[in-house]
Ligand binder design. Structure first.
Ligand SMILES: NC(=O)c1ccc[n+]([C@@H]2O[C@H](COP(=O)([O-])OP(=O)(O)OC[C@H]3O[C@@H](n4cnc5c(N)ncnc54)[C@H](O)[C@@H]3O)[C@@H](O)[C@H]2O)c1
Length: 262
């Protein structure tokens, strides 16, 4: 098989969680363009139906499912529904994230918010990885891509936020994004013998019209001099889901314009 035949998602059933958000919308578009039979899943199914309709209008195959990553039964129901409809699951992209501390002072993240975060981003991440890896292990093939962050690799760069009302994020985020990187290695080790690959990408900050002092400072800290856009994550994720990455597992790939290589 030629490299072009391997480096695409034609005929692959790919589940993307959180497909209407900042990174999620661009990922949905690029997975669809790569040929995936796209299954979008999150709590806000109305937003996903809109994304699925837009992608179908472009000639691609997409559907929307409601699920709550904080609820194991909901995760199991999602997996069962996809298998019932498509017969298998070739890939899962763990992109959804819950930010319950948003709006509180960062240094004093309420413990209740931390607990709520862990239910979705910790326990829920483990549950969805387990349920889907079990299904893929039964099939004998499958690829999971976890979307972590530069803030799973480093501590907060406080100086970037000077002169703005932005904060450097919340402690729970640094905890679960860092944990996601090593959980990737754990699942890659346990499910590798069953034909399942598990990898992790660590994106940098997404351009979202942030205040100029932040943009200037952030861009100076990347080799490529800019923040990420909606097309930056798709290539690495498509590669990791595709047969071109058949010998890649347990890997952590920064997609950050060089932010963490400084
Ligand atoms: N935005 C950034 O600058 C940035 C930077 C680095 C990494 N990331 C990572 O990229 C991924 C996407 O981030 P984003 O900023 O695009 O997210 P977002 O906040 O725009 O979207 C998050 C999505 O997760 C879904 N979600 C939240 N709780 C859920 C639950 N309990 N069950 C099911 N779905 C749920 C939401 O419905 C939403 O669609 C995340 O994993 C994030 O950590 C983002």
């Amino acid at each position: 098989m030629s490299i072009n035949e391997k480096l695409n998602l034609k005929g692959k059933v790919i589940v993307l969680t959180g497909g209407a958000g900042q990174y999620g919308r661009g990922l949905a578009a690029q997975l669809a363009e790569a040929g995936a039979t796209l299954v979008l899943a999150s709590r806000d199914v109305e937003a996903l139906r809109k994304v699925a309709a837009e992608e179908e209008k472009r000639g691609f195959i997409a559907s929307a499912y409601k699920f709550d990553q904080g609820d194991e039964e909901s995760i199991r129901a999602l997996c069962a529904a996809v298998v019932a409809k498509h017969g298998r699951i070739d890939g899962l992209v763990n992109n959804a994230v819950y930010r319950p501390a948003k709006g509180t002072p960062a240094a004093a993240t309420p413990v209740k918010a931390w607990e709520a975060s862990m239910k979705v981003n910790g326990v829920g991440l483990f549950a969805i990885s387990l349920v889907f890896a079990e299904q893929m292990g039964t099939q004998g093939f499958g690829s999971i891509v976890n979307i972590s962050s530069i803030y799973g690799m480093t501590g907060p760069s406080l100086s970037l936020y000077t002169g703005t009302s932005l904060g450097a994020g919340y402690g729970d985020y640094f905890f679960h994004k860092g944990g996601m990187i090593n959980l990737t290695r754990y699942f890659a080790g346990v499910y590798g013998p069953k034909g399942v690959r598990v990898n992790c990408v660590c994106p940098g900050g997404f351009f979202n019209n942030q205040p100029q002092p932040f943009l200037d400072a952030y861009c100076r800290q990347t080799f490529l001099g800019r923040m990420a856009n909606s097309e930056d994550l798709g290539g690495p994720v498509v590669f990791l889901l595709s047969d071109a990455a058949a010998y890649v597992t347990g890997a952590e790939l920064a997609v950050d314009g060089g932010f963490t290589a400084h």
